[in-house]
Design a protein around this ligand. Structure first.
Ligand code: DGJ
Length: 738
């Protein structure tokens, strides 16, 4: 392992965090304001050449001082800063806003001192990247104070030894006697100077998650946010800052990713001297946190990545970090089982017999786990009832000995057994709601806005989290269960808690997320042998925060292979393949109506954590044979797919031909996945080239017996000729070193 180091140049007052790959520099400037200098490729030594240029600029105010004594060339308004205040001379977006008891909202934090620690301190109650040994990272914690507010701000920077990654966070402590109201506390601020910056964000919707959109930055504000109570399908908590010439494999990229699953915002502001301020953290809309004397507020963590190997380089850094130092538990590196899920096969309309039938058909195909989706609890036959009643639907399952009977028969078949839950929700038609209507998030004397006919439980209240924990634990103690799919099928409205006073209502959305994290932590700790999968109406909470608890997540309710190309491509920008579950479903597809071959559906789903979600009894024997071949193929290459290095080659957002590749860490094996979306008369020709192989080694394609040089595969490449004249075609090619 190489090492990370943090120096403080006391003469120039410059902090330099570096490892073999990156350097991060900032300076204590005049007035003890922290000024950002540089984040990029590692440099050996910094000679103070990026000191802020003093230029007297109109309408950009100066530091307070006596007339004639003030440096008119020095303004916070143009200074690149590490964490900017509000209403004290910088008119750009602030990182921290606090309302004092007198109503003033100004903040002005000045540097006091610093501390360097080996390793990475633990953030209480929040998900985060971690280290297993102190040598893996170093952490710089810088203390700043706003003397007027008597508040301390701790900025934390962790540099990892072997990764191009800086983890950042911020914490506020009220040291005074007045009550402070925190109106905003960003997790990270990064003031960058590159004028031609472009930004990539992952927008989307239910059934259309994580679509890649790239644009140049205009002057003024650009923002990407969720105010839905979850990180959302609509805007993922991740952005990449890229140069105009950055491609998948070349050019610079800076990734900014939040380890957070609630309301978030990324704001980018290009100022009047063409600098860009990037801020990321909890969404300030509706947020307000009461900080009593001696209390602290901790912002969620942000993970910064620097890459000079294009977007693939950035994604690699995130894939390794999230897989190795965010995901935890027994299943972190475990081969993830191939599941058959009954949702699209039966929806709510099942009984024990139907389930047995699915299991009986799945087992001989080599499928490893059966997941009983929504509808096994309370009296749930439709999505209008029973959320909150986590006991089995005895009438529905009684002919088969209930949940325990199903579990036993699944296990007897040599398969594992999983169930679906949606712990954060309540239906009006439930015993829980009848007994505790106030457990639902709502504003007194205002209608509750329904969504999917369900309501959100107030997870900011401990007794609500406890009540759900007890119910779910009772099921898990009673029935042998190997897997849980944790769903969340609506967003938050009328955000208000019956348990908090007026002054603290702005805390509810964040406290809700903390309650979700707490329940996830308790359940995963109490049941370490259960594999948890995150889900939120598909991929509505696909973020690094949930990944800390659940090593995999359902990527989308849209299982159409063509749409999935984009969803999985976009998801791979910031999340590892081991976290992305993907199922083969029926054709015509239930979400798009599109017909597609089993080959195409399998080849797309096999590029993730693989499974099936269709009525096997509707399939021909030929289809079933093909499924058993797909299952066998996936098992052979599962380790390479789930834990190998994934590289995007051709983008579905730019081309009709799509390609991506998996490479083993030692470069001895590779899988090339190629897809052609639409058939074309006179198809245009181009070449698909592999990458990241050993150029001086020879690779055999066992399926054809052909042998190629690594250099040849990477530089000469293959034509993209279609295998068939049809829409939605694909092929997977495997090569291994000889
Ligand atoms: C949404 C999930 O994404 C689906 O897979 C399924 O579990 C349904 N909810 C069940 O209500």
């Amino acid at each position: 392992m190489t090492s990370a180091s943090i120096f403080f140049d006391a003469e120039n007052k410059v902090f330099h965090l570096k490892n073999d790959q990156i350097s991060y520099l900032f300076q204590v400037e005049t007035g003890d304001i922290l000024s950002h200098l540089y984040f990029g490729r590692q440099i050996a030594t910094y000679h103070d050449q990026r000191r802020y240029p003093r230029i007297d600029r109109g309408f950009s105010p100066n530091l307070a001082g006596d007339p004639g004594q003030v440096d008119r060339g020095y303004s916070k308004d143009t200074l690149r800063q590490e964490f900017s205040g509000f209403d004290t001379g910088d008119f750009r977006q602030p990182a921290v806003v606090i309302r004092a008891e007198n109503g003033a909202q100004a903040t002005d934090f000045r540097y006091v001192d610093y501390e360097i620690q080996a390793g990475k301190p633990n953030l209480a109650d929040l998900p985060q990247a971690y280290v297993l040994a102190p040598e893996e990272a170093k952490t710089l914690i810088v203390r700043l104070v706003d003397a007027t507010l008597d508040a301390e701000l701790y900025l934390s920077y962790t540099i990892f030894a072997d990764r191009p990654v800086i983890a950042r966070t911020a914490k506020l402590i009220n040291r005074g006697t007045q009550t402070l109201q925190v109106e905003k506390l960003a997790s990270v601020q990064l003031d960058v100077i590159e004028n031609q910056l472009e930004v990539i964000a992952l927008h989307g919707a239910h059934l259309r998650e994580r679509q890649v959109e790239r644009k140049s930055l205009p002057h003024g504000m650009t923002s990407f946010a969720s105010h839905r109570g979850g990180s959302s399908h609509h805007m993922n908590p991740f952005i990449a800052l890229v140069a105009p010439d950055t491609t998948e494999d070349s050019g610079t990229a800076i990734g900014v990713q939040l380890v957070y699953s609630g309301n978030h915002q990324f704001t980018l502001e290009k100022d009047y001297v063409d600098q860009v301020r990037v801020l990321a953290g909890i969404n300030e809309q509706g947020f307000s946190w009461q900080l009593l004397p001696d209390e602290a507020f901790q912002a969620p963590e942000a993970l910064l990545v620097y890459s000079e190997a294009g977007l693939n380089g950035m994604s690699q850094a995130y894939h390794h970090l999230l897989r190795e130092r965010v995901a935890r538990g027994r299943f972190q590196y475990a081969p993830r089982p191939i599941v058959i899920n009954n949702w699209e096969a039966t929806y709510f309309n099942f009984d024990a017999e139907k389930i047995d039938h699915i299991v009986d058909q799945a087992a001989p195909l080599g499928i490893e786990m059966f997941v009983l989706d929504d509808g096994w609890f309370g009296h749930r036959d439709a999505d209008k009832s029973s959320l909150g009643d986590w006991y089995e639907y005895a009438d529905k399952l009684k002919s088969g000995g209930g949940l325990a009977g199903i579990s036993q028969r699944v296990h007897n078949r040599g398969m594992q057994f999983g169930i679906w839950i949606e712990p954060e929700m309540v239906s009006k038609d439930s015993q829980l709601y009848q007994a505790h209507p106030d457990y639902a998030i709502q504003i007194p004397n205002r209608d509750m806005t329904p969504s999917r006919d369900q309501y959100v439980l107030d997870f900011s209240r401990q007794e609500v989290v406890d009540a759900i924990y007890d119910q779910i634990a009772a099921i898990l103690d009673d029935v042998p269960i190997d897997y849980i799919k944790w769903d969340m099928n609506r967003h938050l409205t009328e955000v208000y808690s019956a348990a908090l006073p007026a002054a603290q209502q702005g805390e509810v959305a964040h406290r809700y997320v903390l309650g979700v994290y707490q329940l996830a932590e308790r359940l995963t700790t109490a049941y370490p042998d259960i594999l948890f999968e995150g889900c939120s109406g598909g991929g509505g909470r696909f973020d690094a925060g949930m990944l800390y608890y659940f090593p995999q997540s359902w990527a989308s309710d849209n299982t159409d292979p063509v749409d999935r190309l984009k969803i999985q491509y976009g998801t791979s920008l910031s999340y590892p393949i081991s976290s992305m579950t993907a199922h083969v479903s029926a054709s015509p597809n239930h979400q798009t109506g599109r017909l597609s071959s089993l080959t195409m559906r399998g080849d797309v789903a096999m590029a993730g954590v693989f499974g099936y979600e269709l009525d096997l009894s509707q399939l021909s024997d030929t289809d079933k044979t093909q499924i058993s071949e797909q299952v066998a193929f996936y098992k052979t290459h599962r380790d390479l797919i789930q834990y190998g290095d994934f590289y995007r080659i051709e983008s579905p957002f730019e081309s009709n031909d799509v390609a991506w590749q998996f490479v083993s860490a030692d470069k001895t094996e590779t899988l090339l996945f190629q897809y052609r979306v639409l058939s074309e008369g006179q198809p245009p020709l181009h070449l698909t080239k592999l990458s990241h192989l050993a150029s001086d080694k020879t690779y055999l394609e066992p399926a054809t017996g052909q042998v190629f040089g690594g250099d040849e595969l990477m530089t000469v490449g293959f034509y993209n000729v279609p295998l068939q004249q049809a829409d939605f075609t694909s092929r997977v090619r495997y090569f291994k070193q000889v």
